[in-house]
Design a protein around this ligand. Sequence first.
Ligand code: GAP
Length: 474
Amino acid sequence: MENTAKKVTMEELVAFCKRRGFVFASSEIYGGFAAVYDYGPYGTELAKNIRQAWWKEMVQLNPNIVGLDSSIFMSPKVWEASGHVGGFSDPLAECKKCHTRARVDHLLEDIGVFADEKMSDDQINTLLKENEGKVSCPKCGQKDFSEAKSFNLLVKSNLGNFMGDMEDPVYLRGETCQGIYINYKNVVDTARVKIPFGIAQIGKAFRNEITARQFIFRKREFEQMEMQYFVHPEAAAEAYGQWREKRWSYYVDTLGLKKENLKWHEHENLVFYAKAAWDIEYNFPFGFKELEGVHNRGDYDLTTHMENSGAQLSYRDPKTNEEYVPHVVETSVGVDRTFLAVLTDAYTVEEFEKEDGEGKKSIDSRTVLKIPKKLAPVKIAVFPLLKNKSDLVAKAKEVFAELAHLYVCEFDDNGNVGKRYRRQDEIGTPYCVTIDFDTLEDDTVTVRDRDTMTQEKVEIKSLESYFRTKLNQK
Ligand code: GAP
């Protein structure tokens, strides 16, 4: 089998996601809605498996990490105290010809000049001036921009405001971790946790991203998986190093991403809450970009919420009686970016030799999603060899009903078996089970493996233990 080893392009991935029901553009029948996407049937399964893998890694396997599910809406005081109302912004400039607004750091990046959203307006405007006449408008191509200004990313809502104005807005959360800080005391008081301990949460976050680009990489409504690890101030540096190592091995060992597609990036300009920030970057079809941020947030968050709310958020060590404000190590990754990284890594076009009934060999090719089994949207596909043979169909339905109690399965009787294999390969189904005429005689089925394309006979009564071994969810 020869892997053509060509890196998948963004166009191929977007077309694949639409064609096979992984991702749809939101509100497509109304012409779409920028930077918002919907997960289709297979995408929903994949996203669910990504959440499960993260939850298992962070909560289930760590006795000192507990879960939380806080609301999307919080008091607007939370966002004022956290610094997001004042300081959570991207640099925006307007094209003087067509009035398109664009992120200046991205425009500079496009011409090879390093810039990021954490730079001050002055720093960004200096760079913009130095590159005058080089930076072009993404819409009309003109090279003349207004001065850059900071544009706040928080999304406003009128929830609970019946006056019809937006004078006292509330905000949709811009990051999920604020829900963790404001529940920190509730968890300490109720969950019998002792420092060091973590609180993990998965949930939607919203940002008014200026540039809607790169598919699900940068969405305005997206989903974060965040864990905040509370430690003694003197233990923060060590915990930070440990979490960086653990998160790296999660991507390599647990999600099976190719090592060469991952790298570390240290932030030079730190966001307002961070003492140190490293990103794990993934080699997406458009190059290496942030997949996960691992941040040392110091005592910034608990201190600011303590000062602004008046609540007592310090911690008293039950053994030493020492009282202190814990420091926080944060790991933060998007479901959507993990989804895109997993698909980029797994999408494979390969050539293989096949033989017809008379022994004649020829070269064929297939698209196969070599996704880790635990992430595959469908684990087992069940086929009756022929759709018009009622005994085969009835037996296949029996097998399907048994396996569907244990795994996400798909029943397929459309087209010939070869075509069904291709369809399942494309969505990454690890095993296909075919019920044929032998089944009616000896109660065996043919199990075909996605990666090796080999087939073996298995007794129906052994299928449960066979798949328990093969689909070991570890
Ligand atoms: N609590 C820290 C925080 O929110 P961040 O670097 O702004 O830090 C963390 O975001 C992660 O959330 C990113 O590494 C990325 O995986 C995901 N993320 C951020 N903005 C996103 C967006 N607009 N669309 C999709 N995912 C996003």
